[in-house]
Ligand binder design. Structure first.
Ligand SMILES: Nc1ncnc2c1ncn2[C@@H]1O[C@H](COP(=O)(O)OP(=O)(O)OP(=O)(O)O)[C@@H](O)[C@H]1O
Length: 351
């Protein structure tokens, strides 16, 4: 079997927190941003990462595209370890890999040069990928892409500066610029979150429409399960649920929403009114505590045990591995999926 497009193996990303002068003689605090994540991402794949603020979505996404070096574990691009390539020990150069792995941010304005017209901004990636292309051909490619993303008349838009665009138009330009690099993966980091609700679906449709043209994979980060659902249902992809740095459940939107196996996935589903679940469902959150534990000192055992309504004493020990559910593509990391686990004999946690 051929290698997946991206393979993350037991990836860990820990950050040392900045210290004040007073803490100088103490060991720095270490933030456990990502821990023990293994995941394959395929060609033309769609993967959405969801979870509450600070759970590690951006860090994991950036690690997957080689913008963040893991503190342990590995990230391979088509079988080539990205950081070995960076150290000059690869068959493919780091620059080539990074060119294949692009990112679009929540705030596209900050990444578009305010002093350049769109046609200049979009010429840069083309010059990079096709150094032999003449300027007339570049303009033709740029204008046809601008038309395709609904920025018409393209010649008029091409002459504009970023400040002359709406938020939605800036995000389209950021998408065009990423696509013109001919990438294998685009990390869309909350790329639709700042848009008006009415424009979000339009942008997601556009991204998926262009996926067929450019043969690219999307890693789509969102704190909103209903957007992740729309994107993965229309893109035939999966959702990964993150909790305190760990990937606790993986599956299609239908699997996760109709049959969430991890109690934390159930919380996300509960917290998303747009999913219009059964009106008879609980109004109280399906959690024992609201507060998120400190990622500097994550709870022992299953990290969700301090909030989980199903938690028992056994959940304080050992990290549950993510395992397949019922032989379909769904995977969950919860002791309750293991009929023989000590969980079933242990006492419930009630505090
Ligand atoms: N460069 C850094 N230095 C120190 N800590 C960091 C750094 N980057 C991220 N963190 C911490 O790592 C944890 C995960 O952050 P991350 O941004 O990946 O989460 P997230 O799920 O994307 O959150 P959000 O939705 O708020 O963007 C957080 O506790 C964050 O404060």
């Amino acid at each position: 079997m051929s290698d997946p497009l991206l393979r993350l193996s037991d990836v860990e990303v820990h950050f040392e927190k900045e210290q004040s002068l007073w803490d100088f003689y103490q060991d720095p605090d270490v933030v456990h941003a990502v821990d023990g994540v293994s995941l394959d991402i395929e060609e033309n794949d769609v993967l959405a990462l969801v979870g509450e603020s600070g759970c590690g979505k951006t860090t994991l996404g950036k690690t997957a595209i080689g913008l963040q070096q893991p503190t342990s574990g590995s990230v391979e691009f088509r079988g080539q370890d990205i950081w070995e390539a960076k150290a000059g020990r690869g068959d493919v150069s780091f620059e080539e890999i990074r060119q294949s792995l692009q990112i679009i941010h929540q705030d596209p304005g900050s990444s578009l040069n305010p002093n350049q017209r769109l046609v200049e901004i979009l010429s840069e990636p083309l010059r990079h990928v096709h150094p032999d292309m003449d300027s007339a051909e570049r303009r033709e490619r740029i204008f046809s892409l601008l038309e395709r993303v609904g920025m018409s008349p393209a010649a008029d838009f091409g002459d504009r500066y970023p400040h002359q665009l709406s938020g939605g138009e800036k995000q389209r330009v950021a998408l065009c610029r990423a696509l013109l690099m001919n990438p294998d993966v685009i990390l869309a980091d909350e790329a639709i979150s700042a848009l008006d609700v009415s424009l979000r679906v339009e942008m997601m449709d556009l991204m998926l429409d262009l996926q067929d043209v450019f043969d690219t994979t999307y890693v789509f980060i969102s704190h909103d399960l209903s957007n992740a659902r729309y994107f993965t249902e229309h893109g035939d992809g999966r959702i990964g649920v993150m909790y305190l740095g760990e990937l606790v459940e993986l599956g299609t939107a239908e699997e996760l929403i109709e049959d969430p196996r991890h109690p934390y996935t159930n919380v996300l589903r509960w917290a998303t009114p747009e999913l219009s679940l059964d009106a008879t469902e609980a109004v109280d959150p399906p959690m024992r505590k609201i507060d998120i534990p400190d990622p500097v000192n994550p709870p022992s055992g299953c990290r969700f045990h301090t909030r989980c309504p199903e938690a028992r004493e056994a959940c304080k020990q050992g990290t549950p591995a993510r395992e397949p559910v019922d032989g379909n593509g769904q995977e969950v990391a919860c002791f309750r999926e293991q009929p023989e686990h000590a969980y079933w004999e242990s006492a419930p946690l009630e505090d």
